[in-house]
Design a protein around this ligand. Structure first.
Ligand code: 13P
Length: 251
């Protein structure tokens, strides 16, 4: 299980370059050589700077928060997989619910992005998760199952091996409401079973499945204690070393 674990911070549209540098250095200084992979999901303008820092410390990696699906061309404001790869970026967060909601991304597009990222040698962190009305109607497994199927099932096993999944119930993102450890475990187990059915037990058992949605130092240990919760994709609490380091240490 330990090789599956990861603590990933998603800084979203927060931190100036100076603040991001101080944050990454502060986390590294306080967490030391981590027992788990630690990923900083930095704003695009900071990616190379954060890569320079993480490259000097074992266990630390950098993630882009998005990526365009075309190779190059007239896509003002966008970054390609090749650009990220050339800059040494390790991971890319794809399909975050904020990208789905505010930028109209769907699982077909996200699937294309996953394939492009993998071809460039960047590891995707694929986000899925249901909204509150879906959860209340009891359709969360059906909806997340569909997301996974559309975004991941057409991958080759060698591709799927490289994908990290982040289950982020939309109702828990930035709300202070966290899924209970049992709710997280139930969904993670469901996702792992879906992956097993499609790609086999071997790949499913090696797939990192992160939980995201109001992860805090106070709830990290209990969430990460569940057998299928391999770590967290952390928003607000990744923005200070004070909060993020105990989350890293909870793994
Ligand atoms: P919060 O931890 O702020 O709820 O954000 C979760 C998230 O969206 C991480 O990608």
């Amino acid at each position: 299980m330990s090789n599956r674990t990861m603590a990933a911070g998603n800084w979203k549209m927060n931190t100036t370059p100076a603040e991001g540098k101080a944050l990454a250095e502060g986390v590294i200084a306080n967490a030391g050589t981590p027992a788990t992979k630690v990923v900083f999901g930095a704003p695009a303008i900071q990616l190379m700077q954060i890569k320079e820092i993480t490259a000097q410390h074992e266990g630390y990696y950098v993630a882009a928060q998005n990526m365009h699906h075309e190779d190059k061309g007239a896509y003002t404001g966008e970054l390609s997989a090749a650009m990220l790869a050339a800059a040494g970026i390790d991971y890319v967060i794809l399909g975050h619910s904020e990208r789905r909601d505010y930028f109209g991304e769907d699982d077909d597009l996200i699937n294309t992005k996953i394939i492009k990222a993998l071809a460039a040698g960047i590891l995707p962190i694929y986000c899925c998760g249901e909204k509150l009305d879906i959860r209340e109607a009891g359709n969360h497994e059906m909806i997340v199952g569909k997301q996974i199927e559309q975004a991941l099932f057409c991958l080759e096993p060698e591709q799927m091996e490289k994908v990290v999944i982040a289950y982020e119930p939309v109702w828990a993102i930035g709300t202070g409401v966290t899924a209970s450890p049992q709710q997280a475990q139930d969904m993670h187990q469901f996702i792992r079973t879906q992956i097993a059915n499609q790609f086999g037990e071997g790949i499913a058992n090696n797939t990192t499945i992160l939980y995201g949605g109001s992860v805090k130092p106070a709830n990290a240990e209990e969430l990460f204690g569940m057998p299928d919760v391999d770590g967290g994709l952390v928003g607000g609490a990744s923005l200070s070393a004070e909060n993020f380091v105990p989350i890293i240490k909870a793994l």
